[in-house]
Design a protein around this ligand. Structure first.
Ligand SMILES: [Zn+2]
Length: 176
């Protein structure tokens, strides 16, 4: 009994002793619009805008020129999946005696074609980041860079966190 230790699993080291997440977990995180590497939330600044790096682990999302091509493919496939369902229903109805009024199908089809890709845009990005990370695990220098980015962000957020502690902000009455 007991879990095997699996000593030969060095793929995509996260550093700090953390083990790399499983592929399933990474895709799942991506589907929830989280960072596939560390699971951090808040990787988007808006519906259509991904941060350059993950705020949790410092992963650089765009890892090469033309990176988002795969993201667009996923976005279109996921976004248009509704059209396929609609077509299946349409074909089924035609086979069973026809349709008296095709207009609702046209309207629903147009709605699906336009809204689908918009709704699936954020997860398509993070899922693609996950897939790419699985195909192309981080190189050692990318891991170091990511760690440095997190450290830098932490320093920038707390400009007076170190030292003698004589300059704590937030005392009553000292506004701006
Ligand atoms: Zn992360």
């Amino acid at each position: 009994m007991g879990q095997p230790e699996s000593p030969a699993a060095p793929a995509a080291p996260l550093g700090g002793g953390r083990r790399a997440p499983t592929p399933r977990r990474m895709i799942g995180r991506g589907a929830l619009c989280r960072c596939p590497r560390c699971g951090a939330k808040g990787v988007f600044t808006s519906w259509f805008r991904l941060r350059p790096r993950c705020p949790g682990c410092g992963l650089l999302f765009v890892r090469e020129e033309g990176f988002w091509l795969g993201g667009y493919v996923i976005n279109m496939a996921a976004g248009e999946a509704g059209i396929l369902v609609l077509l299946a229903v349409l074909i089924g109805m035609l086979a069973n005696g026809g349709i008296s009024n095709p207009l609702p199908f046209v309207v629903i089809g147009i709605l699906l074609a336009t809204i689908g890709p918009v709704l699936t845009f954020p997860p398509s990005r993070t899922v693609w980041v996950a897939i790419y990370l699985l195909m192309q695990p981080l190189a050692e220098d990318e891991v170091v860079e990511a760690r440095a980015a997190v450290a830098l962000a932490a320093i920038e957020e707390q400009p007076v966190a170190t030292g003698s502690g004589s300059r704590w902000r937030g005392r009553a009455g000292r506004s701006r």
